[in-house]
Design a binder for this molecule. Structure first.
Ligand code: DGL
Length: 266
């Protein structure tokens, strides 16, 4: 692979952003992608704003230095805390995952009661509430941080009974709130979609921020005349810490033999 070629740069604190990679590949199968997962420092969601901004900046710098021309912050935490600063700093188009999910949730809800789950940093930032209220001030928003979901996903504990118990515990207040729409406000959470769906029941529609940002990226690509990205399907995965387990997890999730390379930032 020519690492100097023009690519989509997709960035998350860990492996959750691979849910975005998968969705982008579905829509733009022949575009090269470079992914960075900061696996040595995940999770970001319980860190301070200052640290999240610093890490976000380092990840974006890395992707740009490796030829990324469009950056997708495949992470709600960075989108909530660091997006505005990054947008001002860099010329490259940068996508965040929150606005597309907000748009979708507003279209989907019938009773105007929307739940949001995310990391402590995302929920604490209040960004989903703010953006949803701008769309419709009458909406009732119920937010719950679910800090254990990220380590559960990074550990691959997807189908376990214990996982279902934890999901039930976190989602109890949202069940009581009679929401009809639930935003998965963390890119790790689509990996737990089946369990979340089972717990919330059929009456609650799940909005997947990974899916929604991928639609937005594909639309931008088709309409903006941004034509100088490569035209070969290539997917290069970089992480800041690597184990055999991680490599096999990535291969299982993306399908096929995916090469994962460890890099040290800075
Ligand atoms: N996948 C991330 C998000 O969407 C990250 C979580 C974390 O690092 O805590 O928020």
């Amino acid at each position: 692979m020519n690492i100097g070629a023009s690519m989509f740069g997709i960035f998350d604190s860990g492996l959750g952003g691979l849910t975005v990679v998968k969705e982008v590949l579905k829509r733009l199968p022949n575009r090269p992608i470079i992914y960075f997962g900061d696996t040595a420092r995940v999770p970001y969601g319980n860190k301070s704003e200052e640290v999240i901004k610093k890490y976000a900046n380092e990840g974006v710098e890395f992707l740009l230095s490796r030829g990324a021309q469009i950056i997708v912050l495949a992470c709600n935490t960075m989108s909530a805390i660091a997006f505005e600063t990054l947008k001002k700093k860099y010329d490259a188009p940068i996508f965040e995952v929150i606005s597309p999910a907000v748009k979708k949730a507003v279209q989907v809800t019938k009773n105007g009661r929307i739940g949001v789950i995310g990391t402590r940093a995302t929920v604490g930032s209040g960004v989903y509430e703010k953006k949803l209220k701008i769309e419709n001030c009458k909406l009732k928003i119920y937010s719950e941080p679910c800090p254990l979901f990220v380590p559960i996903v990074e550990e691959g504990w997807v189908g376990q009974k214990e996982t279902e118990k934890i999901v039930k515990e976190y989602l109890k207040p949202l069940q009581k709130a009679k929401i009809d729409t639930l935003i998965l406000g963390c890119t790790h959470y689509p990996i737990l979609k089946k369990t979340i769906k089972k717990v919330m029941g059929r009456g609650v529609k799940l909005v997947d921020s990974a899916e929604e940002v991928a639609k937005e990226v594909a639309k931008f690509f088709e309409t903006s005349g941004f034509s100088f990205l490569g035209t070969r399907r290539e997917c290069k995965i970089f992480v800041s810490d690597k184990t055999d387990y991680l490599e096999s997890w990535v291969g299982d999730w993306l399908g096929g033999d995916v090469k994962v390379e460890k890099v040290t930032l800075g």
